[in-house]
Design a binder for this molecule. Structure first.
Ligand SMILES: Nc1ncnc2c1ncn2[C@@H]1O[C@H](COP(=O)(O)OP(=O)(O)O)[C@@H](O)[C@H]1O
Ligand SMILES: O=P(O)(O)O[C@H]1O[C@H](CO)[C@@H](O[C@H]2O[C@H](CO)[C@@H](O)[C@H](O)[C@H]2O)[C@H](O)[C@H]1O
Length: 511
């Protein structure tokens, strides 16, 4: 996008160029106070430090309309293994009122001083209008062009890693997802749904439009917002500048319920979730088939040794940040040795694992929307936010997604307050029947009928354990009150495979 150099001449760089003319508002100080309290900030409660990587202006109506820009920040030491995380903060600075696109929601106000107001762009129609005008639109999207009808703009609240903005009147109804963490190159949350819709799978909301940021990490010019072709290699690092997908506009799924809220509600009222879980299992099978078609070049034979190495590495990562995980390290290692024996045995008997393939990577009930009209739709292909992009997009066994969903039934049972463990057991079995089909149905409760699926059951246990360990770290950082949910799952899985332990850590509060 060619930006309006006249209007955006105040953009800045970390090297001390003049800041956006924010009047009396010190943007850096305002962000420093505001960011750590955001749900999408990667490490709550830490005294994180930030550096401004780039300030990127968006085109918009001329002054005195509000200034629209994106601050790209490096938050230090808050990412996987203490790495830094690059954050995107779209901002709107009003100096003489809201401007032609209308007022922002007061919930988006970051700071004010005199007549000047600084807003989180996701809450401000000036940012959304500028974003839509700069976007690349997919061939599959309904016709949409400026001026956009932004009536009803509404930012969703909830447990989100990004920020979703409901736009009921854009392109017949759409959801704009502002990605908060940026990683150079292609973002799977755009590329995967685009590829799935292009192979004709309708189980995912179709992406309508997207934007990319070109970030100049050093030097005088800071970058530009573009709607580059998502099908083309998005570049990544290139000398001093790099590109990253920064947001996606997707088809709105109307009248849909969030899968986690729905399941909690069923659990709360003691209503079996089995039928919905079975349908969801079928949907996930279809998703894996569509992913194999869309990413056929990624199908590779599973390498058991590699899988084990990856599991061990992830256990180490979890143990490094959680004493509760460290206290269970010996039993976890014993479980991995047990897994190794079973895997070797399966290979000897001519029952190798299926090939690895592109998967969802962070599948749970909150990533599934249910509507009476279209059944289950799957969302959010970004992978686990605490992992590196490379790890998140690596081909893997479909069982990782299956295990993610199984963990979610456990969470729904705990959070919804199911009266009996049978609620989660019923949902698990039905989901597995839906996923594995005839090979699963008719076995002992919770066990597959087809013996070759027993090996997969061990793999499922391993992935459930892996996910529960990830959740322990996730909950420690985000919802410490919920840590008992994954920790008790860790103990349950280890006990079931190794026999029960008298005390894993000695600290009952950790169980
Ligand atoms: N296309 C859509 N149609 C309707 N609701 C959606 C759509 N996309 C997302 N949502 C809602 O927004 C929530 C967050 O979306 P998600 O993609 O999971 O974001 P995050 O990465 O922030 O977790 C979902 O749980 C769902 O309730
Ligand atoms: O949806 P995100 O990509 O932001 O995923 C992260 O946050 C999830 C919570 O919102 C977290 O999921 C965990 O909690 C869910 C209930 O809130 C539960 O259904 C999941 O099974 C559980 O893993 C997810 O792990 C995290 O990556």
């Amino acid at each position: 996008m060619a930006h309006d150099a006249g209007r955006t001449a105040q953009h800045t760089t970390p090297d001390g160029e003049p800041p956006v003319e924010a009047g009396p508002i010190d943007v850096a100080a305002a962000l420093h106070a505001w960011l750590p309290g955001r749900r999408w900030f990667p490490a709550k409660g830490t005294d994180a430090s930030f550096e401004l990587v780039a300030r990127i202006p968006f085109e918009g109506p001329p002054a005195p309309a509000p200034q629209v820009f994106v601050d790209v920040l490096r938050a230090l030491g808050v990412g996987p293994d203490g790495a830094h995380v690059i954050l995107q903060v779209p901002l709107v600075l009003e100096t003489t009122g809201p401007g032609p696109d209308g007022p922002a929601s007061p919930a988006g106000l970051i700071a004010e001083s005199g007549a000047a107001r600084l807003y989180d762009g996701a809450y401000h129609p000036a940012f959304v209008a500028a974003w839509l005008a700069a976007a690349t639109w997919s061939e599959a999207s309904p016709v949409a062009s400026a001026p956009f009808d932004l009536r009803g703009l509404h930012v969703l609240t909830g447990e989100q890693s990004n920020t979703s903005v409901l736009l009921p009147h854009v392109a017949g109804g759409a959801m704009l997802k502002v990605l908060r963490s940026l990683a150079p190159g292609q973002n799977p949350d755009l590329v995967v749904p685009l590829a799935l819709t292009r192979v004709g799978w309708s189980g995912v909301p179709a992406p309508y439009a997207w934007n990319q940021l070109v970030v100049a990490d050093t030097g005088a010019d800071t970058g530009a917002a573009t709607g580059a072709d998502a099908g083309a290699e998005a570049g990544g690092k290139d000398g001093h500048s790099w590109t990253a997908h920064a947001g996606v506009l997707a088809e709105l799924v109307p009248d849909a319920s969030d899968g986690f809220e729905l399941a909690c509600d069923y659990a709360r009222h003691g209503r079996p979730f089995d039928d919905l879980a079975r349908d969801l299992g079928e949907r996930v099978t279809q998703m894996h088939a569509a992913l194999r078609t869309a990413f056929a070049d990624e199908l590779t034979p599973a390498d058991v040794a590699w899988l084990l190495t990856a599991l061990r590495r992830r256990v180490r990562t979890a143990a490094a940040s959680s004493s509760a995980v460290r206290g269970r390290a010996d039993r976890i290692e014993a479980f991995l040795v047990h897994l190794c024996t079973i895997a070797d045995d399966a290979v000897r008997r001519g029952r190798p694992l299926p090939p690895v393939q592109r998967i969802h990577g962070d599948l749970h009930l909150g990533q599934a929307l249910h509507s009476a009209r279209t059944g289950w739709r799957i969302l959010d292909f970004e992978g686990e936010p605490l992992r590196t992009l490379r790890e998140r997009t690596r081909p893997d066994l479909g069982e990782r997604d299956v295990a993610g969903m199984l963990r979610s039934f456990d969470y729904a049972s705990a959070v919804g307050g199911a009266a009996s463990p049978q609620w989660a057991r019923g949902a698990r079995t039905a989901f597995l029947e839906g996923y594995y089909g005839a090979g699963y149905v008719g076995g002992e409760p919770g066990q597959p009928r087809d013996p070759s699926l027993s090996d997969r059951a061990v793999v499922l246990d391993a992935f459930e354990l892996d996910k529960a360990l990830y959740e322990v770290v996730y909950e420690e950082r985000n919802r410490p009150d919920w840590i008992a949910i994954p920790l008790s799952a860790v103990d349950r899985i280890l006990d079931a495979r190794l026999g029960s332990a008298t005390a894993s850590t000695g600290d009952p509060s950790e169980r």
